[in-house]
Design a binder for this molecule. Structure first.
Ligand code: SAH
Length: 244
């Protein structure tokens, strides 16, 4: 019996943004694992075993998925957006690295539409020129590293997509990030708050950084900060392709 492990991205929320490749993997799966709200997005059917788990259980979940696949099951582990962007794919490889007995498990990573791309599409083309993505959560990295990356990204004039900007357990980091960017001279840059993009709760707010307040972001928000040349044209925001 040979099992498999597929690490799949469900996209930002809208079922129309689940790729056909991911839908096919879910249709063939015997088991689906993931953070409970993501597992809840998987179509239920007879014989499919769902294994929802808590948010911070990534490594345990990855180990369990590998164990089930090694036992001959066809396992899909789901993330929102893309599984390689601040999500489960890296956790699976971390578990794999620590467990040589599973090195022969057949693994596939299926991409998905990550939040920043869905958000950028709503606003226009704010990521049309060089950009970076920064995870503001300091659960797995020291806060000074985040501050350094924000400062250097501002200095390099990247547009930035900020994931995990603010949560109940991390209420202050995003306010600090806004302050750092203001000190780095980004006050006039355009900021897009994209909340729950492609879901019925979607809300997009666009304003200059100096008018942004930390409470405009929550865990369902990705924040895009334009570069110094980012412009508004009517209701759209775009990053010009040319630089002098
Ligand atoms: N793998 C996911 C990101 C997981 S980190 C992806 O590729 O999109 C979780 C963060 O993603 C959230 O805190 C938020 O910043 C962002 N996010 C996920 N879905 C979103 C959505 N529908 N709208 C806005 N932001 C979203």
């Amino acid at each position: 019996m040979t099992g498999s492990l597929t690490i799949a991205g469900l996209g930002p929320g809208d079922a129309a943004l689940v790729t056909p490749e991911v839908s096919a993997a879910l249709a063939d799966a015997t088991d689906v694992l993931g953070y409970a709200p993501y597992v809840a997005r998987v179509p239920v059917r007879e014989g499919l075993r769902l294994h929802p788990s808590d948010n911070r259980m990534e490594l345990q979940r990855a180990g369990e998925a590998l164990r089930l696949a090694a036992d001959g099951r066809d396992v899909v582990i789901v993330s929102s957006g893309d599984p390689g962007v601040f999500a489960m794919a890296a956790a699976v490889f971390e578990a794999l690295e620590a467990s040589p007995q599973w090195h022969d498990v057949a693994i596939r990573v299926l991409p998905g539409v990550t939040a920043m791309l869905a958000a950028a599409a709503r606003a226009g083309a704010p990521l049309g020129h060089d950009f970076c993505a920064i995870n503001l959560s300091d659960n797995l990295k020291p806060w000074p590293t985040i501050e350094k990356r924000l400062r250097l990204a501002a200095e390099a004039d990247f547009a930035m997509a900020i994931y995990n900007p603010r949560s109940a357990s991390r209420p202050d980091g995003f306010a600090r990030a806004l302050q750092i960017l203001t000190e780095a001279g980004c006050g006039e840059r355009t900021v897009i708050f994209a909340h729950a993009v492609t879901t019925p709760k979607e809300r997009i707010e666009i304003l200059p950084l100096q008018e942004a307040r930390a409470d405009m972001a929550d865990m369902a928000t990705v924040v895009i900060i334009g570069n110094s040349a980012t412009r508004r044209v009517g209701r759209w925001v775009y990053a010009p392709r040319r630089e002098s």
